[in-house]
Design a protein around this ligand. Structure first.
Ligand code: NAD
Ligand code: UDP
Length: 337
């Protein structure tokens, strides 16, 4: 199948490109490289043996998208492109609405004109807000608390309206929990620019010695060890979830939201310990105040993904840490991707 991956040069998009290419699909990566680098294309070729088709472009450029969809006879789009940092979205909300909401509308207009009606959308567990019960299933009420989450919910709702308006549309919104880890080759992974906001990339850079210590945001939560608990999911499991969503779309019109998580929560201290074992390096930390807006615990009920997509996360916490370390520690010779 011919697939367009907007934001396909980024962290989750690139891993998904690997999974789809190895499954025999032909992928076109459409990206403005605002948070990725051209070198990704070579890395993907080294992993898959197939040179990826890359189109440099912004998702707000409707004409360019339309041309790309037609030129490559695209049957399904996976829409990763967007901005993703919660804290930043509070500072520059307009950029978030422009990239994430306007960008999605532009993509949908291009798809409408080009006649492509199948879409997988990268949504987030962020749309649930503070969990009211655990594990979080798709019936859990939404409760966004920041502009980033609102952009995701707005786009989900736009997609729902679109699917209601025209039965030809086939749409799956995937609500990711906490993607971590890297491809087992160590060639591609997550390399945030500047100081990492998320736990795993921060731990990885403390383990290399680049950063002195990790701040653990709060140890007085109502969790077994007092630190926050999250549903960390290996990015290659997530990538395979997209391949399953593409297969599902083939046969199912309409609109669905589906969680992609493991169903298992790990605490911040458990993550630190697992990373120390995987890397053989110490991860110094100190307890700091809670981070505003953080919830104590959040993990998925992944049953719907199993039922509809026949997908279950398989990789362990040890694999999440080992692949992160392989990528992070190999970066001196390889450079970031
Ligand atoms: P990423 O920043 O690594 O990848 C996003 C890619 O989109 C980048 O390559 C960037 O250059 C590109 N891009 C951004 N704006 C663009 C635009 N206007 N036009 C074209 N390309 C553009 O992020 P990621 O972690 O791979 O996330 C992918 C998607 O998954 C995002 O939509 C994100 O909100 C969502 N998501 C991510 C996480 C996570 O923890 N990583 C969790 C939940 C949801
Ligand atoms: N966290 C932490 N120190 C950090 C970054 C994160 O203690 O430097 C904690 C955070 O408070 C939360 C967990 O790690 O309990 C996961 O945070 P992350 O930002 O990775 O994901 P999110 O909060 O968006 O689920």
């Amino acid at each position: 199948m011919n697939l367009l991956l907007t934001g396909g040069m980024g962290y989750i998009g690139s891993h998904t490109a690997v999974a789809l290419t190895l499954a025999g699909h032909r992928v076109v990566l459409y990206d403005n490289l605002s948070n990725s680098a051209q070198v990704m294309a070579e890395r993907l070729e080294r992993i898959t043996g197939v040179s990826p088709l890359f189109v440099s472009g912004d998702v707000r450029d409707t004409d360019r998208l339309c041309h790309t969809l037609r030129h490559h006879a695209i049957e399904t789009v996976i829409h990763f492109a967007g901005l993703k940092v919660v804290g930043e979205s509070l500072e520059i909300p307009l950029d978030y609405y422009a990239n994430n909401v306007q960008g999605s509308i532009s993509l949908l207009q291009a798809m409408h004109v080009a006649g492509t009606r199948a879409l997988v959308f990268s949504s987030s567990a962020n749309v649930y807000g503070e969990p009211r019960y655990l594990p979080v299933d798709e019936c859990h009420p939404t409760g966004v608390t920041n502009p980033y989450g609102r952009t995701k919910l707005h786009v989900e709702e736009i997609l729902h309206d679109l699917a209601r308006s025209d039965p030809a549309w086939r749409i799956v919104c995937l609500r990711y929990f906490n993607p971590v880890g890297a491809h087992e080759s160590g060639l591609i992974g997550e390399h945030p620019q500047g100081l990492p906001n998320n736990l795993m990339p921060y731990i990885a850079r403390v383990a290399t010695g680049e950063l002195a210590e990790l701040q653990v945001f709060g140890n007085d939560y109502p969790t077994p060890d007092g630190t926050g608990v999250r549903d960390f999911i290996h990015v290659m499991d997530l990538a395979e979830g997209h391949a399953c969503a593409v297969a599902y779309l083939n046969a199912h019109p309409g609109w669905q939201v589906i969680n992609l998580g493991t169903g298992q929560g790990y605490s911040v201290l458990e993550m630190i310990r697992a990373f120390e074992v995987a890397s053989g390096r110490p991860v110094p930390y100190r307890i700091a105040p809670r981070r505003p807006g953080d919830s104590a615990s959040c993990y998925a009920n992944p049953e719907k993904a199993h039922r509809l997509l026949n997908w279950t996360a398989r990789r362990t916490l040890a694999q999440m840490c080992a692949t992160t370390w392989a990528f992070q520690s190999g970066m001196g010779t390889e450079g970031p991707a």
